[in-house]
Design a protein. Structure first.
Length: 504
């Protein structure tokens, strides 16, 4: 293979591996999501880190039939709540102020006058929220009041032989002071009606084209605060032309909750519609087709004269698809390292992929620590248990979990979901049976190839997704070891680990 052509591909992938405003790579819309995203609906885009959420949301830029303002919530991950709401409101209003009225002609003086008044009102709101950011989340507010009293006094004066009578009057003031505990969130909520009126005026100034507010990386908001955060912006969308577009990781998100007073947040299928970007390994043939298209598109955009078929040996590409877990950025990141180490006469093989996946695992653990936040310790414990169970004791990469048993152990169920979202384990079969059969339904999962201790483990049985015999029987998957949830739950209690916050 020509090293010059390989370098073209390397340069292109390096420049476009992460989404930014300067990214040239196009979103590969294999499932026709781009038209859906422009619908006048509140939408949440689910996908693991690197699945293309930000790239899909970027397609909303530059469209003439809507106004799109994006906020990246990672910027506010260390910001207290509800200050995060104020920051997003300010970013939204500043973005709107810079974009509204672009279609008004210079001679439309009446419209221009109204636009200037509207922009002044927006600036006033921005200044107000800037001031709010300096106030504590809870604070004492003193209110003074004065009362005035008037009175008349009847009386007489006796001066010897002369007697007189008369009336006198006086006024007095009493001043009292009361101290109230104020909650900043309640104060912000009280402004929702006024904000909705402002949003309607903004829509009018833009000929009623829809306003889209992008809330990317929503999972960086603390999970306990997420329902209250999204509830605020969802309330702004009711009876207005504003729609929220949320990008997040599914099981790192909590979109609604219930309190003693009410229901808070957004419910999937009712208040907000979902778009799922994740490719799982249960449809391995479809995944391989998609990643092959992704690679071919990268070769085309890099102006390289390479042929993707010439890059890999027989099992090299399949192993790369497995090692990526179906995540496009992981696929490209691993490919980049493989290309940097390839020679002209060499093709990428299965062992090459495994070695690179193991060496690259540090990057994954860094992202794991960043994304798991306050639940890092307990999730690390689950992961260590799975690695010991599979790699050290059972000498295989795949395990089964009994689906009915997961209802009995919601903490383990949540941990499995989150480890899957954090790309540490991967779903292979959502519904299968065990061998020998016990009449129960199971899910099959695979640990990430980066967790292997070496690229050529001895006495190790790697089971591939979709592995079946000539009669389409998946007996190798069905024969995978079963995870004993009762024993795991007992072990967790003995170690007194914190409980995970359950997602919806």
């Amino acid at each position: 293979m020509n090293q010059k052509e390989i370098q073209k591909l390397i340069n292109y992938i390096e420049e476009n591996l992460r989404t930014s405003d300067e990214t040239e790579v196009e979103f590969l819309d294999a499932r026709n999501y781009k038209p859906r995203l422009t619908n006048k609906q509140n939408q949440v885009i689910f996908g693991r880190r690197g699945s293309g959420k930000s790239l899909l949301m970027k397609t909303l830029n530059g469209e003439k039939n809507h106004l799109y303002i994006k906020t990246n919530l990672e910027d506010y991950k260390d910001t207290s709540f509800p200050n995060s709401i104020l920051h997003v409101l300010n970013q939204f209003l500043k973005g709107v102020k810079g974009k509204i009225g672009k279609n008004i002609k210079w001679y439309e003086f009446g419209k221009l006058y109204k636009l200037q008044k509207l922009k002044k009102r927006i600036s006033t709101k921005i200044n107000h929220y800037d001031n709010q950011l300096t106030i504590p989340d809870k604070y004492d507010e003193s209110l003074k009041s004065k009362t005035t009293r008037a009175a008349e006094i009847n009386g007489g004066v006796d001066k010897g032989p002369v007697k007189s009578s008369g009336k006198a009057s006086y006024t007095g003031e009493n001043e009292s002071q009361k101290t109230y505990l104020r909650d900043k969130l309640s104060t912000i909520k009280n402004e929702i009606p006024a904000l909705k009126e402002l949003i309607k005026e903004i829509s009018t100034a833009n000929k009623w084209i829809p306003l889209f507010l992008g809330l990317d990386d929503f999972y960086f908001i603390r999970k306990l605060e997420q329902p209250f955060f999204i509830d605020f912006f969802h309330r702004l969308t009711k009876d207005t032309n504003l729609y929220i577009k949320v990008g997040t990781i599914r099981y790192r998100s909590k979109l609604y909750t219930t309190t003693e007073e009410s229901y808070v947040g957004t419910e999937l299928g009712h208040d907000i519609q979902e778009i799922d970007l994740d490719y799982t390994l249960d449809r391995f043939d479809l995944l391989q087709t998609f990643l092959k298209e992704l690679l071919d598109e990268a070769i085309k955009q890099s102006n390289s004269q390479l042929n993707s078929k010439d890059l890999f040996s027989e099992n090299g590409f399949k192993q790369l698809c497995m090692a990526s877990g179906g995540v496009p950025r992981d696929f490209l990141s691993l490919l980049l390292k493989l290309l940097n180490g390839i020679s002209e006469s060499q093709k990428i093989n299965k062992i090459d992929v495994t070695e690179v996946a193991i060496s690259n695992f540090r990057n994954k653990t860094d992202a794991f620590a960043k994304d798991s936040a306050e639940e890092k310790e307990v999730l690390e414990y689950y992961l260590a248990h799975l690695k010991d169970f599979l790699f050290n004791k059972k000498r295989t990469n795949m395990f089964l979990v009994c689906n009915p048993d997961l209802e009995e152990f919601p903490q383990i169920s949540q941990a499995i979901k989150e480890l899957m979202d954090l790309r540490m384990i991967h779903l292979v079969e959502p519904i299968t049976s065990a061998a020998p059969s016990d009449g129960k339904k199971y899910s099959a999962y695979m640990i990430d190839i980066g967790l292997y201790t070496n690229s050529k483990p001895r006495n190790f049985n790697q089971i591939e997704p979709g592995a079946s015999d000539d009669k389409a029987r998946k007996d190798k998957i069905r024969a995978s070891p079963r995870l004993n949830l009762t024993e795991l739950s007992k072990e967790l209690k003995e170690n007194n680990l914190q409980e995970l916050e359950l997602s919806q």
